[in-house]
Design a protein around this ligand. Structure first.
Ligand code: HEM
Length: 279
């Protein structure tokens, strides 16, 4: 059975040189603003007006992805350790971050297709499709996309090592199934798990924590799907049916991706709630 010892721990970096010192710390030095604000380098010449926005928005996404990875790894470890309360608490935070991620696409939509095309050529073959942290969140959440990793020749050795480890270790769904086992449910087959999920949903107080947790997981899945759908619409709005810079068919490729679910068994179980009669 999986335990938290099988999993990669995620630790934020520590500024070793400044631990315990308070010599003139300022807002800017604590947040390393001069380094951070120096990272937005446009590639178009003359600089296209919208390129700064495009770079900043993507960097903000990657910062939130970093926080999500930290939180989701903790959710997984808490579940493996039997701490359902903190697992739910962290998932609630993840939902709110994900809501920000969905709404942030509105800012991208303030670009006109013409404004975007002014600098699109300077993106070369780069694309959000290559985001290692985005895939890491998907792997940790429950998507086993070995095919993407096999094709991802652009990754650094460190990113590849991290992503391979994520695929090998327990994901959020594995950790939830461990909790079902501990609650006494047989979970070896899909139909056993489906029976367990229906029983949990039936309102028995003994399973209220598992029910709340399954709702929090489906909330995470739903928010991620919402982002995929929202992003697909923006791609349609900005590019029409042009292909993407990573070489995909663009909006139609993304429409297929928008159907994916991390927890199909949780979604399928909705049908058994209250019997199969139409309401
Ligand atoms: C003008 C705005 C945007 C356009 C036109 C756009 C376009 C595309 C296209 C066409 C793809 C498919 C892969 C390819 O062939 O390139 C893609 C994938 C992706 N983009 Fe964007 N994108 C935009 C904004 C963003 C933003 C703000 C993010 C935030 C990080 C992002 C993250 C991603 C990710 C993660 C994928 C992979 C999705 C998947 O494979 O499921 N994109 N994008």
């Amino acid at each position: 059975m999986a335990s938290s010892e099988d999993t990669a721990t995620v630790q934020p970096s520590v500024d070793q040189a400044s631990v315990g010192r308070d010599n003139g710390l300022t807002y800017a030095s604590y947040l390393r603003l001069s380094e951070m604000l120096d990272q937005q380098r446009c590639r178009s010449l003359p600089v296209a007006h919208d390129e700064l926005l495009f770079i900043a928005v993507h960097q903000v996404y990657e910062l939130w992805f970093k926080v999500l990875l930290f939180e989701l790894a903790d959710v997984r470890d808490r579940m493996l350790g039997g701490d359902t309360y903190r697992a739910r608490l962290r998932l609630r935070r993840c939902h709110e971050i994900e809501r920000v991620l969905v709404n942030q696409v509105d800012v991208v939509d303030t670009m006109t297709p013409h404004g975007f095309l002014e600098f699109r050529g300077s993106l070369g073959t780069s694309s959000g499709f290559q985001s290692a942290q985005f895939r890491e969140i998907e792997f940790l959440s429950g998507a086993d996309d070995h095919g993407w990793l096999a094709r991802a020749g652009w990754l650094t050795a460190e990113d590849r090592r991290r992503l391979s480890r994520r695929l090998a270790e327990p994901d959020l769904w594995d950790a939830f199934v461990v909790l079902l086992t501990r609650a006494g449910f047989p979970v070896a087959t899909a139909s056993q798990r489906s029976a367990a999920l229906c029983e949990i949903a039936a309102g028995d107080d003994r399973y209220s924590e598992l029910w709340e947790l399954s709702e929090a997981l489906i909330g995470h899945d739903q928010m991620w799907s919402s982002w995929r759908q929202r992003h697909q619409l923006t791609v349609l709005r900005q590019l029409g049916v042009r292909p993407g810079t990573a070489g995909s068919a663009g909006a139609s490729y993304l429409a297929g991706r928008a159907q994916l679910k991390f927890y199909p068994e949780l979604w399928e179980a909705r049908t058994c709630f209250g019997g199969s009669a139409p309401v």
